[in-house]
Design a protein around this ligand. Structure first.
Ligand code: ME8
Length: 521
């Protein structure tokens, strides 16, 4: 049986339009999922939409439609985005899916039965936009304003169902202690630890001031807090909590390997969610990875500054540079670490030119042109395959590339593949096959050099296929390589010598050189 890997994005709110943030998180998950599938793993990649809550109810009212109409309409927009950006998710969950609603009620009932949820009175500082309560300490720190919308926090009292988060203090601290990689990156883990040490309070998990949500079982005046509803998507999509055996058994994908989220929703994922799972005796995910934010042209994105990277501007980049160029920029330059990343038109253009045009594009076209010129476009034989340590040095990068991907270090994983390509460039410059080819006696040597270059590029292309799938497929087709990530044989494809002598190597121009154009958005 193949090993499983499962990865999730947050499920996105349907009351806003998709933008770079959503495309980013979905793309990094997609790269991992594609790579792991190519490695032959049994992968489950989940994304979806978060459709309940007061904000959706209010927006729908303002637009004169029902909340479910609004949810249908905007959830479809998010689904279309996945196609547009070649996201290969295995499922798309909607929190309005009937099965999800039933399963959430099942879990909440179980939590009530176990006394992990109780009915009580609550007073606190409420962020209307985020539908989130803050403690006095936190509210004071925020100067009683929403960190997201800037609106005043309001004092609110409610009779609510509460989750006994306070009783999980020790277990959550132990979890952080025993699994230092439970929250990544490290700086975010430290932040969560700091907050944990302030002490955990019980959290309200129901609302009575609106109705667009899943009713609390047995007390329909209360709807389940949108965050609890939403977090459960990770297990309801896998069929957990269903009374009947689902058609497709996906329980093997729990616990998830990675929940990839933005830093603003880490607390829910790294403290509340594990406590809920503990209360249900369900296994915990392996890692909650919280990336930072994209800012734009040096500033926080905002509609009023005109630097908001919405779908339209992303499509502009795709149309001009190609979808893979956008993926490459997001993955290699994005905010996977603890600091925000700046999306700038100039930087995008520079990265495109340096990595894709000058490195991958130039090297592949150089090698195919020389094979065209000196060997009639047929891959030459290598008279001395072990020459210059190619099989070994490539294997080192392959291994490191795979190991980094497993650790969700996408930047290093891509870098390992790029290192192979850069070595090919250096090798050509050193060996100067174009000079050797002037002497007919040197042709076997030239053949060996070019074979090694093409073979190293073939291997690098397999490693890069998860990040830039469309262009790597174009390369495979020009070079008549029978590579199909769907066969899950990345390891085997990596063996040195996979390129057969005599293979037709056609010329390729993978990434056109472009001028910086101000009209991308
Ligand atoms: O929070 N840079 O949904 P949401 C990078 N429904 N990523 C960004 C970003 C930015 N500037 N802005 C947003 C919700 N994101 C809840 C989640 S999960 C059980 C419920 C990404 O539509 C990032 O992944 O506001 C962030 O966590 C997510 O979009 C928030 O999406």
């Amino acid at each position: 049986m193949a090993e499983t890997r499962s990865i999730t994005t947050p499920i996105y709110y349907v009351n806003a339009h998709p933008h770079i943030g959503h495309v980013y998180t979905s793309t990094v998950c997609d790269v991992y999922a594609r790579f792991e599938r190519f490695l032959g793993r049994d992968v489950f990649f989940l994304t979806g939409t978060d459709e309940h809550g007061q904000k959706v109810e209010t927006s729908a009212r303002e637009q004169g439609i029902s909340p479910s109409e609004l949810a249908d309409r905007n959830s479809a927009v998010f689904r279309d985005v996945l196609d547009l950006f070649s996201i290969s998710n295995d499922d798309f969950i909607r929190t309005t899916d009937a099965h999800h609603e039933q399963q959430v009620q099942f879990f909440v009932q179980r939590l009530i039965d176990r006394d992990a949820i109780y009915l009580g009175e609550f007073e606190g500082w409420y962020d209307k936009g985020q539908e989130e309560y803050y403690t006095e300490t936190k509210a004071r720190e925020l100067e009683y304003k929403s960190p997201i919308s800037g609106q005043d926090l309001v004092r609110a009292t409610e009779q609510n169902y509460y989750f006994r988060l306070s009783s999980f203090q020790d277990r959550i601290e132990e979890l952080y202690e025993e699994q230092p990689d439970f929250v990544r990156p490290q700086a975010r883990r430290n932040e969560m630890l700091g907050r944990l040490r302030e002490g955990l309070n019980d959290v309200p998990i129901s609302r009575t001031n609106f109705s667009w949500g899943i009713p609390v079982p047995g007390n329909e005046e209360h709807v389940i807090y949108v965050w609890i509803d939403a977090l459960f998507n990770y297990v309801t999509a896998l069929g957990l909590g269903l009374e009947e055996e689902p058609e497709e058994n996906r329980s093997r994908f729990w616990p998830a390997d990675y929940h990839i989220v933005g830093k603003e929703i880490l607390w829910f994922h790294s403290v509340i969610w594990p406590a809920v799972l503990m209360a249900l005796d369900l296994p915990l995910p392996r890692c909650i990875y919280a990336h930072s934010f994209w800012i734009s042209e040096g500033q926080k994105m905002s509609k009023s500054l005109g630097n908001f990277i919405d779908l339209e501007s992303l499509e502009g980049y795709c149309n001009r540079y190609g979808g893979d160029a956008l993926r490459w920029y997001l993955v290699t330059q994005g905010p996977l670490g603890a600091t925000d990343a700046d999306f700038s038109r100039q930087h995008f253009h520079d990265v495109y030119t340096t990595d894709l045009v000058n490195t991958i594009g130039n090297c592949t076209s150089r090698v195919s042109a020389m094979i065209g010129k000196y060997f009639d476009g047929l891959a030459p034989a290598d008279p001395d395959p072990s020459s210059d340590g190619w099989p070994e040095s490539t294997a080192v990068h392959v291994e490191a590339c795979i190991a980094s991907m497993e650790e969700f270090d996408l930047v290093d994983s891509c870098e390992q593949a790029m290192a192979i390509i850069r070595r090919v460039d250096v090798y050509i410059n050193e060996k100067e096959p174009f000079k050797l080819a002037k002497n007919p006696d040197s042709m076997p040597e030239v053949g060996g050099i070019l074979y090694r270059c093409a073979e190293a590029l073939r291997i690098a292309s397999c490693l890069l296929a998860a990040a830039i799938p469309e262009r790597m497929e174009a390369l495979w087709s020009s070079w008549n390589l029978d590579i199909d990530p769907g066969r899950g044989n990345l390891q085997a494809s990596m063996n040195w010598g996979g390129l057969a002598a005599g293979t037709k190597i056609e010329k390729v121009a993978l990434f056109p050189r472009l001028e910086l154009d101000d009209s991308t958005d």
